[in-house]
Structures are given as structure tokens and as C-alpha cells.
Write a protein that binds this ligand. Structure first.
Ligand code: APR
Length: 312
């Protein structure tokens, strides 16, 4: 008999709550909203609020709060936001010392309780945290990804749509590389329903948009005092749905590279196909010399944080 999927959300904070709302509303499965023992009641309260919401909105997913890893046994998908978010003035890399032991704790428990889950890491600094997660769990590379490219591309698309004065629905853009200020918006893949974006927006304006995209997370941190959560949650849920519904979506995700694009033994954002087997394929697209140079710089930034993690 078919049973419902189980989705574990590790971290019941701002992103965790929005993830739970989206997953339940889309009826992707039942949700376990997990946090540390000191926040168990908070997680339970959020879960109860969201279950009561089901009675108004009409979805059948169950949502439970917990701080007991046994409740995550057999989870099909884990989305990890455990850790602390940025405060104004902090870079994502400033979080490494605090979030690294948290990711290790989560990975050790996940290995024991839900070793077969498809795992999406959101905790920052993203590319280093997802690397560390996979290293501790020893999971196959197809089953562990980091969420960054979908969000960075969404930010890029929004700014392009507003500047061009066209519907957001028609803008396609792709941001590759690490989830930091060196990320690589690939202009050759930027179109408005197939029409090159350069037909609509001057090079000068595009450059300003690229700059704003690179600092897109920081812009929100400065405004709110903490990091974004609506668009990050939607981005991760798009990735989870691609896996759970075997959609074969082509999405930019932080993926383990083993020679692709000329990089080895690191996670970085590249286009991948996500389907029922996880990361089913890494898509290698031709890049200009300038884009290759930017990717190299981005990879060097990712590597420098990774070196800190490897020493720690
Ligand atoms: N296990 C489970 N949850 C944990 C653990 C742990 N070991 N350690 C911390 N947490 C929980 C916190 O108790 C908190 O409820 O993670 C939650 C994080 O929630 P928020 O502080 O609201 O942060 P959020 O905005 O959701 O961002 C989380 O995602 O985008 C990244 O930079 C961001 O690293 C940050 C993460």
C-alpha cells in the first residue's frame, strides 16, 4: 500500500517554519519539524499552528514538532536549516565556527536515523556546510545537495524583470558558483522567454543588477536584522518536489564536483537534473573566458572556507 512521504525539517526557525507551511500546503508529505530540546515546545507550537491552518486551507499533511531524532526515522527528505543566521555586518563565512559543529551533530544523527533520505542543506556558509554534511554521513553524492543557486537565480530574475518591465514569469536566468559575493551570473543563459536579456537592458544596468544579486542576501540582512526566509524556503521546496515527484528539473544546485567544470572534491553551484534518484546528472554548459575566470574566483573562495572546515 502506498504511504505518505515523510519530510524532516531540521531547524524550526524562520526558514524551517516557512518550509513546513509550503511542504504541507503542497501536500508533499507529512512533516516533522525538528529543533534542539530547548526549542522543542517552540517547534511543537509552530507545528500545531500549521496543523490548525490545514483546517482553513484544506490540506491533509500532518505536522509534528519534535526534538527526538527517533521521530525522523525513515524520512524520505531532510531539509537542514540548523544553525544561526547572519546579522548585519556578518558575511556567511563568519558563521563557520558556530554552524560547523551543528552540522556535524545533525549529520551524525541523520546517519543513524534516516540514512536513505535525500538531503538539502541550507545552513551557511552553504558550500562548506553541505560538504561537511556529506563527509560525515558518507552519503552518495546524488543524495546530498545544497540550496543556493535557485535562490540566487530567483533574485537575479526578479531584478531583471523589474528593470526590463516584463513579467517575472518570462525571465530565465542562472547563477552558478559558490553562495557568496563571488557567485557567477551567467549572462549567456539569461533570456526573456528565449530573447536575450541584452536586447532589453543595457550592459551597464546588467552589471549593476549582477552586483545587487551578489549582495542580495546581505541587502535583506541589513533591512531585517536577520536573513531571508520566504524565497530560501520556496527554493528548497522546489528542489524537494523535483525529487519526490521525479520531475527531472534542471536547477542550479550546490553539488559535489568530481572533475566537472575542472573542479574536484568540493561543492559548488552548477546546473543539475533532480529527479527520483536525486542528482541524476550534472550539466556542463559552455562558459565564456570571463565566466570561467569568475567561476575560478568563486571556487577559490569556497575552497578557502573548506580549508577552515577541514582543519577544524
Ligand atoms: N539541531 C537542530 N536544530 C538546531 C540545531 C541542532 N543541532 N542547532 C540550532 N538549531 C536551530 C535553532 O534552534 C533555530 O531554531 O536552527 C534554527 C535556525 O533558525 P533561525 O535562527 O530562525 O535561522 P533561519 O533564518 O531559519 O536560518 C537558518 O539557514 O540561510 C541559512 O544563514 C542561514 O545558517 C542559517 C540557516
Amino acid at each position: 500500500m502506498a504511504t505518505r512521504k515523510k519530510i524532516g525539517l531540521i531547524g524550526a526557525g524562520n526558514i524551517g517554519g516557512e518550509l513546513a507551511r509550503l511542504v504541507a500546503n503542497q501536500e508533499l508529505g507529512d512533516v516533522v519539524l525538528f529543533d534542539i530540546p530547548a526549542k522543542e515546545n517552540f517547534a511543537k507550537g509552530k507545528a500545531l499552528d500549521l496543523e490548525q491552518n490545514s483546517s482553513v486551507l484544506g490540506y491533509d499533511s500532518s505536522i509534528t514538532g519534535s526534538s527526538n531524532w527517533a521521530d525522523l526515522a525513515g524520512a524520505d527528505v531532510l531539509i537542514i536549516t540548523a544553525g544561526i543566521p547572519r546579522k548585519p555586518g556578518q558575511s556567511r563565512d563568519d558563521l563557520v565556527a558556530i554552524n560547523m559543529p551543528i552540522i556535524r551533530d545533525v549529520a551524525n544523527n541523520a546517519k543513524k536515523h534516516c540514512p536513505n533520505a535525500f538531503v538539502i542543506v541550507i545552513s551557511n556558509p552553504l558550500d562548506a556546510m553541505v560538504y561537511e554534511y556529506m563527509r560525515v554521513v558518507g552519503a552518495p553524492k546524488a543524495k546530498v545537495v545544497g540550496m543556493a543557486g535557485v535562490l540566487d537565480s530567483a533574485r537575479f530574475q526578479l531584478f531583471l524583470a523589474r528593470e526590463a518591465g516584463v513579467s517575472i514569469k518570462d525571465v530565465r536566468a542562472m547563477v552558478l558558483g559558490g553562495h557568496g559575493d563571488d557567485m557567477v551570473p551567467v549572462l549567456s543563459m539569461c533570456t526573456i522567454n528565449g530573447v536575450p536579456v541584452t536586447n532589453f537592458i543595457s550592459k551597464e544596468k546588467i552589471n549593476a543588477i549582477i552586483e545587487r544579486t551578489r549582495k542580495g542576501g546581505g541587502e535583506i540582512v541589513n533591512l531585517m536584522g536577520t536573513s531571508a526566509y520566504y524565497a530560501p524556503a520556496s527554493s528548497a521546496v522546489a528542489m524537494a518536489a523535483a525529487y519526490l515527484l521525479d520531475q527531472k528539473r534542471l536547477l542550479p544546485c550546490a553539488t559535489y564536483l568530481d572533475g566537472e567544470y575542472g573542479y574536484k572534491d568540493l561543492f559548488m553551484g552548477v546546473p543539475v537534473i533532480i529527479g527520483g534518484n536525486g542528482v541524476e546528472k550534472i550539466i556542463e554548459v559552455p562558459l565564456t573566458e570571463e565566466e570561467k575566470g569568475m567561476l575560478k574566483k568563486s571556487a577559490a573562495s569556497v575552497q578557502s572556507v573548506l580549508d577552515v572546515v577541514k582543519k577544524g
